[in-house]
Design a protein around this ligand. Structure first.
Ligand SMILES: Cc1ncc(COP(=O)(O)O)c(C=O)c1O
Length: 387
């Protein structure tokens, strides 16, 4: 059975409370709080005024596909042709397309867990079986080569990698991904590398484009990314796949039957995002960096809560298991779901339960929120945990 997205469900609960006039401190949703930069908005307005409001080719306008291909060729060192790029309605749609292209009933897909909420359900949608590989906090939430080797069977079609990761913020070292890549190349397994947070890394953490790790990888890797997180464009719905030509052709054909093109105006906005000035990206990243430091400082002071510092994305994956078995805000808390629901009802703080990401014992806090709200949130959490 396909489950509704838990992050969206928590967001909906928080919105319901807000509608009743409750001042919810919302750290549940995974989207930047910034408005889309002005130059990108202007590009969209220009596109509308120029009448670019019609159907486009189903796989996206050639200029955008070329701009995306140039990013991979010039910045990631993976020679990419525009025909390998299909522009979709957000990265989530791109992942769905990629899975539909490669997987079917009887196939298995290896997913290191914790994983982004939608992976397992999107795999199930194709009839394939998600094979979750637990990566504990003590191992830095990273899958080892040995774990991958043990998870592979003759039915394994795909390995899904997400670095920087949602929900843990973990960024694999280049050498760690290279070791995984070497093992992948000994098998027939393909890779879906979700690199949507590639531009949001902190400190020494550096993103790695998986397909660029070995000359043989582009032929078996589907890279997913998009403009949602980097450019604060979640509502515009533009993501993409970069895939081997035959897979790309299939994805384009599938999309032509399922949704046709992604929004024409959004595509022109995305060209400006990718090829225009990047100052706003730097500014947003600087703000995320400040918020991350503040969040880590406050978590350090929360009783019984620990957190592996996130190397990327904008989430703190807090270990709250030491509070299970306690009564908080007058309610018994036994797992991550009761912890998050109680935090919402008793402290008006919206977090997402770790169980939604396949990791019991944790609560995810998004720090894509202004510092003043974060401060209020931690004050409320402190009181809640002391109750
Ligand atoms: C890891 C990961 N992949 C994909 C997506 C989907 O991005 P989009 O909004 O472009 O569909 C998200 C959004 O939360 C995400 O966290």
């Amino acid at each position: 059975m396909i489950e509704p997205s838990a992050t969206i469900a928590m967001g909906t609960e928080a919105r319901k409370l807000k509608a009743r006039g409750v001042a919810v401190l919302d750290f549940a949703l995974g989207e930047p709080d910034f408005d889309t930069p002005a130059n990108i908005q202007e590009a969209a307005i220009r596109a509308m005024r120029e009448g670019k409001t019609h159907y486009t080719p189903p796989a996206g306008i050639p200029e955008l596909r070329e701009a995306v291909a140039a990013v991979y060729t010039d910045h990631h060192g993976v020679k990419t042709d525009a025909a390998q790029v299909v522009v979709s309605n957000g990265a989530k749609h791109a992942i769905h397309n990629a899975l539909m292209a490669v997987c079917g009933p009887g196939d298995e897909v290896v997913i290191p867990s914790p994983y982004w909420v939608s992976y397992s359900d999107l795999v199930k949608l194709t009839g394939a079986t998600p094979v979750l590989v637990p990566t504990p906090e003590s191992a830095g939430f990273k899958m080892t080569v040995e774990q991958f080797r043990a998870a592979v069977t003759p039915r394994t079609k795909l390995l899904m990698i997400n670095s920087p990761s949602n929900p843990t913020g973990v960024v694999y070292e280049r050498s760690e991904l290279a070791a995984l890549a070497e093992e992948v190349l000994k098998t027939d397994v393909g890779v879906l590398s979700d690199e949507i947070y590639e531009q949001l890394t902190y400190g020494d953490a550096k993103p790695t484009c998986f397909a660029g790790l070995h000359p043989d990888l582009p032929a078996r890797t589907i890279t997913v990314s998009g403009v949602s997180k980097t450019y604060a464009m979640t509502g515009w719905r533009i993501g993409w796949t970069v895939a081997p030509p035959a897979v790309s052709k299939f994805i384009g054909d599938l999309q032509s039957q399922e949704t046709s093109n992604p929004c024409s105006v959004s595509q022109y906005a995305a060209i400006e995002a990718i090829t225009g000035p990047q100052d706003s990206v730097k500014e947003m990243k600087a703000q995320f960096t400040r918020r991350r430091a503040y969040v880590l400082e406050r978590i350090e002071k929360l009783p019984g809560v620990t957190c592996l510092p996130p190397g990327g994305a904008f989430y703190a994956f807090m270990n709250v298991a030491s509070h299970f078995g306690r009564v908080l805000g007058g309610k018994q808390v036994d797992d991550s779901t009761s912890f998050c629901l109680t935090a919402l009802s008793q402290a008006n703080v919206a977090l997402v339960m770790g169980s939604a990401f396949g990791a019991e014992g944790f609560a995810r806090m998004s720090f894509a929120t202004d510092l003043a709200t974060l401060e209020k949130g931690f004050d409320a959490l402190e009181k809640f945990l002391a109750s």
